[in-house]
Design a protein around this ligand. Sequence first.
Ligand code: DGL
Length: 276
Amino acid sequence: MKDNYQPIGVFDSGYGGLTILKSIIEQLPQYDYIYLGDNARTPYGSRSFDVVYEYTRQAVMKLFSMGCQLVILACNTASAKALRTIQQNDLPLFDPSRRVLGVIRPSIEKIPQYTKTGHVGVLGTTGTVLSNSYPLEINKIAGDRIIVTQEACPMWVPLVENDETSNPAADYFVRKNITNLFNKDPEIDTVILGCTHYPLLLPAIIKYLPDDVLLIEQGPIVAESLADYLVRHPEINQKCSKAGSRRFLTTESVQNFEPRASMFLGSPVNAEKIHL
Ligand code: DGL
């Protein structure tokens, strides 16, 4: 790699972050990107705080060692459980000039404009739901004006990772969790897909979501927020190299990763297997 190769790193526990990378590339094609999927250790959603933090830290350090100055945690579970500790404890020791950003904060910024009833639903992994990151972040910007109801969907990530998104089992679990969410609060008018894997279940989600409910997908929102961040932070922007290259890393076998990653990204993926 050339000396000035300083790609933007995009990390997820598996395939889900590709839904974020796809939107980011659409908006910001000029940058170099490295995607890292920890497919061998996915899912993260049911793992403890310590384990998610440790796995995420390893992935971030790997991406830093490959030249990244900026890493996006394109994973809600990692954003909920590891981002703050990495920002506050690891970055100051390792290199305070590098940046790690998550997906939760950008996803909630416009929620007060979207909801009319003031009732918002969040679908996420068990880890994200138990962390309470969404209610806490929404509370910071809207106080008690917005009531947040969450539903953990522990089967959704395994369905996506195992390529079982279009069978009756996927329909069963999607319907069950969406029904649970609206049973808890029938006044919800805005639902956040709080896991980057969930857009891959979109056909089933749309089928069971009430018609008049607004569905918030993170890809375009995170891409817009990153574009804005790079404008507001020229010192970071100028460090990110812009040769339009893409590199894909996975901790699983390349044979498993490439066909599905290509499908999710909508363009051919040639991956490299790495160890963390
Ligand atoms: N894509 C991850 C997220 O957004 C999935 C987490 C998991 O591996 O369970 O939370």
